[in-house]
Design a protein around this ligand. Structure first.
Ligand SMILES: [Zn+2]
Ligand SMILES: [Zn+2]
Length: 183
């Protein structure tokens, strides 16, 4: 497990007035992450590109998180690659609100030195955009449940064999016809 380090942005004397904004883009050297108990490797870390805006009572951060990830195909267990393009929308308040429930989507706090930590928002965007089902290709044929062969590499013969077995078994509704003697 690769933990995400804090991603601290120092506001300094920027964003002093409502409506002020500036953008920040960078790449984090994260090598892997976990989501839904699965592990994913990252080709080239995680890139983020966000705009910070003074929205009056806090800093609104909006933007996008991108990454190229590789996991294990849920059907055939071979490597499966996919691109992440997750949206960030996070609110960092200057002061604890009197009515926290007014912020339905939650919020974070601007730090005492006028810093904000984007790591939570970046992590959330990464995980939210990770597909629930990861496939090496949309039509992955998966593994044969009988012999375990990768069916993307061609038929293993089990399907034909079980078809033949079914034809010869008494489960076949036409099995009775085999013994039917026609005069
Ligand atoms: Zn596959
Ligand atoms: Zn098979």
């Amino acid at each position: 497990m690769d933990y995400m380090q804090p991603v601290v942005i120092e506001l300094g004397d920027r964003l002093e007035n409502p409506g002020d904004s500036f953008s920040v883009a960078d790449r984090l050297p994260l090598e892997s992450y976990e989501s839904g108990e699965k592990q994913f490797m990252l080709d080239d870390g995680v890139s983020y590109d966000v705009v910070l805006t003074n929205a009056g009572d806090g800093i609104l951060v909006t933007g996008i998180v991108r990454a190229a990830a590789t996991g294990e195909c849920d059907r055939c267990l071979e490597p499966a690659r996919f691109d992440i393009a997750g949206e960030i929308e996070e609110y960092f308040l200057f002061q604890e609100p009197e009515d926290a429930e007014a912020y339905e989507d939650g919020y974070e706090m601007v730090g005492p030195e006028r810093t904000i930590d984007l790591s939570g928002a970046i992590w959330d965007a990464l995980v939210m955009d990770t597909p629930f089902v990861v496939l090496c290709r949309p039509d992955c044929a998966g593994l044969c449940p009988t012999c375990g062969a990768n069916l993307n590499e061609g038929p293993c013969g089990c399907a034909e064999a079980s078809q033949q077995a079914w034809v010869e078994s008494d489960d076949n509704p036409f099995a009775a016809l085999r013994n039917l003697k026609l005069d």
